[in-house]
Design a protein around this ligand. Structure first.
Ligand code: SF4
Ligand code: SF4
Length: 56
Protein backbone atom coordinates (compact mmCIF):
# COMPACT_ATOMS: atom_id res chain seq x y z
CA UNK A 1 0.00 0.00 0.00
CA UNK A 2 1.20 3.46 -0.86
CA UNK A 3 1.46 6.30 1.62
CA UNK A 4 -1.14 9.04 1.52
CA UNK A 5 -0.92 12.64 2.76
CA UNK A 6 -3.80 13.74 5.00
CA UNK A 7 -5.33 17.23 5.08
CA UNK A 8 -3.08 18.02 8.05
CA UNK A 9 -0.41 18.89 5.46
CA UNK A 10 0.86 22.48 5.73
CA UNK A 11 2.65 22.31 2.35
CA UNK A 12 6.15 22.80 3.73
CA UNK A 13 7.66 20.64 0.98
CA UNK A 14 10.06 18.75 3.25
CA UNK A 15 8.77 15.33 2.28
CA UNK A 16 9.02 15.97 -1.45
CA UNK A 17 12.71 16.77 -1.08
CA UNK A 18 13.36 13.51 0.80
CA UNK A 19 11.33 11.02 -1.25
CA UNK A 20 13.80 8.69 -3.05
CA UNK A 21 11.53 8.10 -6.02
CA UNK A 22 10.10 11.63 -6.43
CA UNK A 23 6.55 10.40 -5.81
CA UNK A 24 5.52 13.56 -3.95
CA UNK A 25 4.39 16.68 -5.78
CA UNK A 26 2.70 19.94 -4.90
CA UNK A 27 -1.03 19.57 -5.54
CA UNK A 28 -3.71 22.21 -5.80
CA UNK A 29 -4.30 22.53 -2.05
CA UNK A 30 -1.53 20.46 -0.46
CA UNK A 31 1.24 18.01 -1.32
CA UNK A 32 0.21 14.65 -2.73
CA UNK A 33 1.73 11.20 -3.31
CA UNK A 34 1.54 9.33 -6.61
CA UNK A 35 0.53 5.80 -5.47
CA UNK A 36 2.05 4.26 -8.60
CA UNK A 37 5.50 5.64 -7.74
CA UNK A 38 5.52 5.26 -3.94
CA UNK A 39 7.68 2.36 -2.74
CA UNK A 40 6.41 2.49 0.85
CA UNK A 41 9.74 3.48 2.40
CA UNK A 42 8.22 5.67 5.13
CA UNK A 43 10.73 8.52 4.75
CA UNK A 44 8.00 11.11 4.19
CA UNK A 45 6.24 10.12 7.41
CA UNK A 46 9.52 10.43 9.34
CA UNK A 47 10.30 13.80 7.75
CA UNK A 48 6.91 15.49 8.08
CA UNK A 49 6.62 17.96 11.02
CA UNK A 50 2.87 17.40 11.35
CA UNK A 51 2.62 13.66 10.71
CA UNK A 52 0.51 14.07 7.59
CA UNK A 53 1.76 11.10 5.51
CA UNK A 54 0.44 7.73 6.61
CA UNK A 55 0.01 4.31 5.11
CA UNK A 56 -3.32 4.21 3.29
FE1 SF4 B 1 8.18 8.63 -1.21
FE2 SF4 B 1 8.76 6.77 0.59
FE3 SF4 B 1 6.88 8.57 1.12
FE4 SF4 B 1 6.41 6.70 -0.70
S1 SF4 B 1 6.74 6.35 1.52
S2 SF4 B 1 5.96 8.87 -0.93
S3 SF4 B 1 8.42 6.43 -1.61
S4 SF4 B 1 9.08 8.99 0.84
FE1 SF4 C 1 2.91 18.35 3.90
FE2 SF4 C 1 4.27 17.04 5.77
FE3 SF4 C 1 5.07 16.93 3.24
FE4 SF4 C 1 5.35 19.18 4.65
S1 SF4 C 1 6.40 17.23 5.03
S2 SF4 C 1 4.58 19.02 2.51
S3 SF4 C 1 3.48 19.14 5.92
S4 SF4 C 1 3.12 16.11 4.07
Amino acid sequence: MAYKISDACISCGACAAECPVEAISEGDTQYQIDPDKCIDCGTCAETCPVGAPAQA
